[in-house]
Design a protein around this ligand. Structure first.
Ligand SMILES: *Cc1c(COP(=O)(O)O)cnc(C)c1O
Length: 413
């Protein structure tokens, strides 16, 4: 019956809570890195559903898994375990530093679990330090860790907690990539340091290798846990299964989500047996977490992404993108810098074009390209990891038209 209701973009303004400002077109179908809207207009998709659809839209291998698992069992609750979740946890622990996995439905839930686990771990080991309080969390300005009250408070953008107080206590924010400030601030009262290896929402800003290495040493000195939020950087996005591998720095807890389900909601944390022990039965939980449908899909996603072919393909596409963006920039001179890792790329606008990233996205849409921002001054590219090179070229041609329009209006203004 609900299929009969006629809907348009206007319906969004009529019946949806206005916490988003979606594009004017309404996508109805996707295939690989192409999408079509209600009017049948075609787009190249450089958004990847915000770094989620790592294997493209309607991936036939994943459609098959969904169909097969949907006929067996979708959900049973955590009073029972299931085969797909056990296979996924085995695959993830074999592929990473971790011994144990916990599953939930989203990035924020993964970070919420990681932060709770870190505090609980400090609490459980209080006797070893004479019962001294250890609950502080160190995080970084411009970081993004999700929108629950705890994770948004840990995140480093004050505007996202405005009006939602009182916010949880014991959270400190420090400048990203500034090891000396961390050294001066961290103490034996610090339970955890949480950091994105590449700040995604905060502007596609990679961590300096020395920064992450230094955080590891400082955490070890003070008995604090190092949490890597790899919700955006994980599952192949940077050209390795997780970004920590390229940095050569191993976290105590890693959070993952976004690409793990290719759009089917799933999140998780990976950690060691010693730390995992602090989540004993009853301490934490998640009704849908680890359900067989989500974990069957994620298991196949992981198999398809964690191959030399896919991961090397990410690196090749990175180079192709950067060359293409730099060629556009050579003609239009709008970007100061192109940065990022793998297929998480940010083009930083020159000061003369400050605040115009959204304008480029809007113009791109008119030219058949779906694109992202990361803040007001950075155009973000997070396409599927298997985007065909021809689609990259087609999308970049649309981007050039959008950039030319915005550059012209900026000069006119
Ligand atoms: C997207 C994102 C989150 C939040 O994930 P949700 O699934 O929206 O809750 C957390 N951390 C990082 C780094 C992200 O990019």
């Amino acid at each position: 019956m609900s299929q009969q209701i006629a809907v348009t973009r206007q319906t969004f303004d009529d019946v949806m809570v206005p916490n988003y400002a979606p594009a004017q077109m309404v996508p109805v179908r996707g295939e690989g890195s192409r999408m079509w809207d209600q009017e049948g207009r075609e787009y190249v998709d450089f958004t990847g559903g915000i770094a989620v659809n790592a294997l493209g839209h309607a991936n036939p291998e994943l459609v098959k898994v969904i169909e097969e698992q949907a006929r067996k069992v979708w959900h049973i609750g955590n009073g029972y375990t299931n085969e797909p979740v056990l296979r996924l946890a085995t695959a993830l622990t074999q592929a990473t530093f971790a011994d144990k996995a916990f599953f939930c439905n989203s990035g924020l839930e993964a970070n919420e679990a990681a932060l709770k686990l870190a505090r609980r771990y400090a609490y459980d080991h209080a006797a070893e330090r004479g019962g001294k309080e250890k609950s502080e969390i160190i995080s970084f300005y411009n970081s993004f860790h999700g929108r629950s009250l705890f994770t948004v408070s840990v995140g480093g953008q004050a505007k996202y907690t405005e009006g939602f107080g009182p916010i949880p206590a014991g959270i400190m924010h420090l400048p990203y990539n500034d090891l000396e400030t961390v050294r001066a601030t961290i103490s034996d009262a610090t339970a955890a340091v949480i950091v994105e290896p590449v700040q995604g929402e905060g502007g596609v800003l990679p961590a300096d290798p020395e920064f992450l290495k230094g955080l590891r040493e400082l955490c070890d000195q003070h008995g604090a846990l190092l949490i890597f939020d790899e919700v955006q950087t994980g599952v192949g996005r940077t050209g390795t299964l997780y970004a920590y591998e390229q940095y050569g720095v191993t976290p105590d807890i890693l959070t993952t989500a976004k690409a793990l389900g290719n759009g089917y909601p799933i999140g998780g944390i990976l950690t060691t047996s010693k730390i995992a022990a602090s989540f004993s039965p009853g301490t934490h939980g998640c009704t849908y977490g680890g359900n067989p449908l989500a974990t069957a899909i994620a298991g196949r996603v992981l198999e398809l992404i964690n191959t030399a072919e896919t991961l090397n393909g990410v690196k090749a596409r990175h180079d192709h993108f950067v060359k293409g963006i730099e060629a556009i920039n050579a003609r239009h001179g709008v970007f100061d810098q192109v940065r990022g890792m793998g297929l998480l790329i940010g083009a930083v606008l020159k000061p003369a074009f400050a605040g115009r990233a959204k304008d480029i996205v809007v113009e791109s849409e008119k030219n058949g390209l779906m694109l992202l921002v990361a803040g007001g001054d950075v155009v973000r590219f997070a396409p599927s990891l298997n985007i065909p090179f021809a689609d990259i070229d087609a999308g970049l041609a649309s981007l050039e038209k959008a950039v030319a329009t915005v550059a012209a209006t900026a000069k006119a203004a």
